[in-house]
Design a protein around this ligand. Structure first.
Ligand SMILES: NC(=O)c1ccc[n+]([C@@H]2O[C@H](COP(=O)([O-])OP(=O)(O)OC[C@H]3O[C@@H](n4cnc5c(N)ncnc54)[C@H](OP(=O)(O)O)[C@@H]3O)[C@@H](O)[C@H]2O)c1
Length: 251
């Protein structure tokens, strides 16, 4: 069992949901995000429900890249080892390219891709030293195709992290004690998409169910997992092949 688990972006949504899931399984947690008050509340909730587990929290902006390395090492020192790192922090709400939204789109790429790279570097450094560990990166079904309007930079960032993770997985093919998993979630109701148009969030499920299904998928330690498998695995197959007109209507 992977006992000590670090989750970034744990102050809300799927990150907080996964923290609850792994706390229930008796895991120790290292939780980080920018909103320390939210982490404090979550820690109090989890400590009351699961008094035997250790919970370390830290304010971290993952786009402050040097701080990522410092924070990950501090979590390792506090928990003793890091057995699994879940690179989950992310943002959405982009702008169509060429319509004055460069600052926001850049923030998406920095948070979802460059900061994910920093987190993968920091985690793999620790796993290589330990000789063991499980790196999990939360991508998205939007990685399967280029998407329209406000989703363009987001989809590109998620395709980027999927490729990044596959590369890291290739690096450790001969090190079976180090596993690398890419998760491709479908739409799950969280703060990220609370104002999204229902016509453009097909097959939406609630965030709590989503976090439970993701945690279950992570525990199997596959190379990749589409969550939930139904209907997103067949949808993903179609997404890769469908004409752009279809993609534009559906997402
Ligand atoms: N919900 C979906 O339908 C869906 C589908 C596919 C993939 N995903 C992915 O799932 C992950 C979690 O998203 P969510 O849906 O749970 O959304 P969410 O509720 O908005 O959670 C996003 C988390 O990321 C953290 N975060 C954002 N920017 C950060 C930064 N610069 N530094 C540190 N932490 C930061 C936020 O914490 P602070 O604001 O406190 O920093 C928050 O805890 C994201 O990577 C998202 O792309 C979501």
């Amino acid at each position: 069992m992977r006992k000590n688990i670090l989750i970034s972006g744990a102050s809300s949504g799927l990150g907080a949901g996964m923290a609850r899931e792994f706390a229930q399984r008796g895991c120790n947690l290292g939780l980080c995000a920018r909103r320390l008050d939210r982490l404090d509340q979550l820690k109090a909730e989890l400590a009351a429900a699961h008094p035997a587990i250790k919970i370390a929290i830290r304010a971290l902006d993952v786009t402050h890249y040097d701080d990522v390395f410092t924070a990950f090492r501090a979590f390792r020192d506090e928990l003793g080892t890091l057995d699994r790192v879940i690179v989950n922090a992310g943002i959405g709400e982009g702008m169509p390219i060429g319509k004055g939204g460069f600052a926001r789109n850049r923030a998406i790429i920095e948070t979802n891709f460059l900061a994910a790279l920093a987190q993968c570097e920091a985690a793999m450094e620790i796993f290589r030293a330990q000789g063991t560990g499980h790196l999990v990166v939360i991508s998205s079904m939007s990685a399967f195709r280029g998407l329209r309007g406000g989703l363009t930079a987001y989809a590109a960032s998620k395709a980027g992290v999927a490729a990044l993770t596959e590369g890291i997985r290739t690096d450790v093919l001969r090190k079976p004690a180090i596993k690398v998993t890419t998760i491709f979630p479908g739409y799950m109701r969280t703060e990220m998409n609370q104002d999204a148009d229902p016509a453009h969030t097909p097959f939406l499920i609630d965030g709590e169910t989503g976090a439970r299904l993701i945690a279950r998928a992570i525990e199997r330690e596959p190379a990749t997992a589409i969550v939930p498998w139904w209907p997103w695995a067949p949808v993903g197959y179609l997404m890769r092949r469908a004409p752009l007109r279809w993609i534009a209507k559906a997402f």
